[in-house]
Design a binder for this molecule. Structure first.
Ligand SMILES: Cc1ncc(C[n+]2csc(CCOP(=O)(O)OP(=O)(O)O)c2C)c(N)n1
Ligand SMILES: [Mg+2]
Length: 183
C-alpha cells in the first residue's frame, strides 16, 4: 500500500499507532518495522474504536525523540477527537492520518457481503479540517501519495498536524493511469 511506503520513506523512524480502520488492517500484513514498539493498534482483540489518537499522544510523550503517526478512520476518530485539543495544548507533534471513507467501512463491507441492508454505517462525518482548525491544529486534505508526501514535508515541529485522506479520490488516483503517483 503506497501509504506505508510514503510513511517509511519520509518518517522511517516513526511509531505508527492505529485505530480500527481499513489502512490499519492492511498494515497488519504489510508493515515491517526495523525495531520493536514502532507499530501497534487496536484493530484486533476488542478492537476498541477511539484508541488510536490518545494512544499516539501517549507514544509521543514517551518518545519525544521519534515521530509519531496516528492512523485513524472517520468513524473511530469521532470517539476521541477532542484529544486534538490535548495534542495542541501539550505541543505534541503527532501526525494524524485520517482515512476518510465516509462511513463504518468495515461493518458496511460485511453487510454488503452478506446481503444485509445497510443500517447505521453510512455515517455523516463532520468537516474534520474545520474542526482541527477550531482546536488550533492545522489540517490538509490529500488525494494521492504525492500529496501525502508533500503534507508530511510540512508537518509541524510544535504541535499536531491533521492529514485527511479522501479515500475515494486516493483509490481513484491509484487506479487511473497518468496521475501523479509513481507507485
Ligand atoms: C467502541 C466500538 N464500537 C463499535 C465497533 C465496531 N467497529 C469496528 S470497525 C468499525 C468501523 C470504524 O469506522 P472507521 O473508523 O471509519 O474505519 P473504516 O472501517 O471506515 O476504515 C466499527 C463500527 C468497535 N470496534 N468499537
Ligand atoms: Mg470510515
Amino acid at each position: 500500500m503506497p501509504l506505508y511506503k510514503i510513511l517509511a520513506d519520509y518518517l522511517p523512524e516513526a511509531i505508527l499507532v492505529g485505530d480500527s480502520t481499513a489502512p490499519v488492517y492492511a498494515g497488519n500484513h504489510l508493515v515491517s518495522q526495523p525495531v520493536p514498539r514502532r507499530y501497534f493498534n487496536a484493530s484486533t482483540g476488542y478492537g476498541t474504536l477511539g484508541y488510536g489518537l490518545p494512544a499516539a499522544l501517549g507514544a509521543q510523550l514517551a518518545r519525544p525523540d521519534l515521530p509519531v503517526v496516528a492512523l485513524v478512520g472517520d468513524g473511530g476518530v469521532m470517539f476521541t477527537l477532542s484529544e486534538i485539543a490535548t495534542a495542541v495544548e501539550a505541543r505534541l507533534p503527532v501526525v494524524i492520518v485520517l482515512w476518510h471513507n465516509a462511513g463504518y467501512e468495515e461493518i458496511r463491507r460485511y453487510m454488503d457481503a452478506n446481503g444485509v441492508a445497510r443500517l447505521g454505517v453510512d455515517i455523516q462525518a463532520p468537516n474534520f479540517l474545520t474542526l482541527a482548525e477550531g482546536f488550533g491544529c492545522p489540517g490538509m486534505l490529500v488525494e494521492s501519495p504525492a500529496e501525502l508526501a508533500n503534507a508530511l514535508d510540512n508537518r509541524e515541529p510544535n504541535g499536531p498536524l491533521l492529514i485527511e485522506i479522501d479515500a475515494a479520490a486516493w483509490q481513484k488516483n491509484l487506479m487511473s493511469p497518468g496521475d501523479n503517483n509513481e507507485e
